[in-house]
Design a protein around this ligand. Sequence first.
Ligand code: GDP
Length: 360
Amino acid sequence: ALTIGIVGLPNVGKSTLFNALTRNNVLAANYPFATIEPNVGVVNLPDPRLNQLAEVFGSARILPAMVSFVDIAGIVKGASEGEGLGNKFLANIREAEAIAQVIRVFDDPDVVHVDGKVDPSSDMETINTELILADLQTVEKALPRLEKAVKLKQKEAAELTAVQAAQAVLERGDTIFSSIASDKLELGYLKELSLLTAKPFIYVFNVDDAVLGSPERQAELRALVAPADAIFLDAKLEADLVELSEEEAREMLEMNGQEESGLDQLARVGFHTLGLQTYLTAGPKEARAWTIRQGDTAPAAAGVIHTDFQRGFIKAEVVHFNDLIEAGSMAEAKSRGKVRIEGKDYVMADGDVVEFRFNV
Ligand code: GDP
């Protein structure tokens, strides 16, 4: 499954946020075959297109795409050296596809801060330093082997150059992910090393209502982490929201000047960070969003529904969501020539509404 690991210092609100994520499991009931592990929380990706699609097809139910989150134990100074839960922590984090780092911005004299004061940039530095040190160990271990392999012409010199460039980035205290563009890092050559800081990062600032209402303060915090994505939420508010009905939750968000819950934001940004997109299927039974990677072809997309669909793929009948809604019905979209027959090389677009033809 596509998962995002949640990390952060102790007492920053990780458990509070994670409990909101797991209590949000309304959806798990819709996916009887999905085994939800106790440390996994699932959020549905908000997608207003599904409601419109269900209207056009008279679909009985709606199944949005989901994003999963894994709770990874808190990290403390020295984790890269095996302090505390160090090694277990690093193993868990290696398995996640992206990292959501929770950072405390809220002030509360009743909640102790491990380092004595609330300081977002210092906290980020602590976490990132541990991840960077762990990566440096990995790189330093790999380099002698790689140098030898290049000498024996078993590996390309370009690979060595790429790993050395990564080493330089880590040595100056930056993460790989934040330096991809500036240092022209060749991620392809680094893949084998599974570097922690090469994973996409999302920064989750756990704030109070003052910051929720202050675009200026948010811009300052955002600048600390650019070019990574940042979201702002109040973990305590999120925990309350999941206890409410949809309508009550919307009212409470409005009262706090928010258009979207933090969990919804987290799902949306996580989806974007992971390089994912959705395509849609619809019929009288259900209107549904399916998760694929940007750049996936039609057979790969079919395979997400069932491996048989991919193996026996013949063609796909595709209409873009916007064209379908403009036409108002499948029949009208067809008569307007908006429904295309696509073959196995077709690269899917976000919002394609698809029916697959396949051999069984
Ligand atoms: P973790 O150690 O990172 O998992 O942190 P917890 O989720 O256990 O939170 C630590 C304490 O901070 C708990 O008492 C929470 O109720 C409190 N807390 C979490 N988020 C917020 C928040 O947004 N505002 C305030 N005031 N307290 C929070």
